[in-house]
Design a protein around this ligand. Sequence first.
Ligand code: F6P
Length: 497
Amino acid sequence: MDHWNAIENHPVSTLDGLFESDPKRAEIWSFEQSGIYFDFSKTHLDNGLLQEFQKLADAKDLSEQIEALTSGAVINISENRAAEHTAERGTGSATSVENARLLKNRMRGLVQAIDDGALGDIESIIHLGIGGSALGPELLLEALKIGDEKYQLAVISNIDGCALEPVLERFDAQKTLLVIASKSFTTAETFLNARSVIDWMTEQGVSDPFGKIVALTAKPEKAVEWGIDESRILPFSETVGGRYSLWSSIGFSVALTLGFEVFDDLLAGAAEMDQHFKSNAFDQNIPVIAAFCDQYYSQARGCETRAVFAYDERLTLLPDYLQQLEMESNGKSVLADGTALDRHSSAIVWGGVGTDAQHAVFQLLHQGTHLVPVEFLAVIEPGHSLATEHHQGLLLNCFAQSAALMAGSTSDDSNRNYPGDRPSTTLLLDDLDGRTLGALIAFYEHRTFVNAVLLGINPFDQFGVELGKEMANALLAGDSNQMDASTETLKNRAFPA
Ligand code: F6P
């Protein structure tokens, strides 16, 4: 029997049964790392299943793959390069770690210079980027800002002018820094927005708009061609993937706004998680165990989605961030060798914030026909100073949801019946600070990687986004000859000739 069959056919008890048969389950299936408590006890993982997954992981050379990832080997096969986001945090080949350190120092120098007034009186920053060049910075900003920052930072990604226009109305052009974040330095949305910001600066009488631009990119030569002075270009390595890039110079606007010490803490927390991931056996390795759960529910229980609910307003953007990280990485139908994948790849990741989500989507989680593994996140230290009832209510609601999903409740009235036995994991953070958030994001990166290795896919390319870009460009260029009748009609209705 192959390893997947063994996993799919492994007999598992109900969650209640698992707790009854092992009074220490809550303790045994929980782990702590870098100020985060990870509780996997309300999943169906048991020792037998763990052993089957360990056999699968061995067959997939997971240890060797972790070593390859963290030592700068060429693991992004289709693009013939390494995936070196961990080098940004100090783990990788000596050359890449040193290169990242030097680039980080350059970034630190520019932050210091701007703080010291080298670009004049700056009070606001417009950070333009999309996908990995925006989601990470915005997540960090919303999670870690405390409200008395020296600069106002607006992260704008969408080509829709409704995103940019209100910011231009609010900011003083004379005191605004424009940060263009684009790994490729070609992304259409980012450059249309950049041109609009420069036009606005010019209209507002800024004498040298290009003197107020900072570029964050893996293609510094393109930024130079674009007219940006080399002293304000912060490069990062081509081997750092877009959705893994918040650790690189892509984090510049956040480091400037929140302070470089917060950015250093973020890197330190991620580095701790890297060491955990590199050095622990699979049965004690938190990202590995999380991926085992993901694969169990996806392959053995047919779950197509996974839901993430942060019981913390500051983490509202976490599901968005994870959608790109997991779905752009693992939403593939071919194996690394180009042959077809014969099972589901990435789970569809969705979610929201508690307690809001309880009053909106939890009905389906508790009683719907879909089985959805849920991930809860909560932070012990509140992010506000209002009465303790707020935070108690928030956290206890979170814990009650996972208890209710697991326990269920029977009733003679089928409308009021809760089947229970519905799995969840809970991540309880001591505090929401740079270090903890860094460790949390690195945990998700490594979990995504382990899922890819178990499936046999390359998580570091994203060819699936190209066709849509090409067709949008064709439409923009007026070349709709090749389009279907529906698309042609929509275009003509929106933009009559
Ligand atoms: O279109 C997808 C994508 O390439 C993402 O992978 C990336 O994060 C985003 O676009 C932005 O790309 P760039 O940083 O090169 O502008």
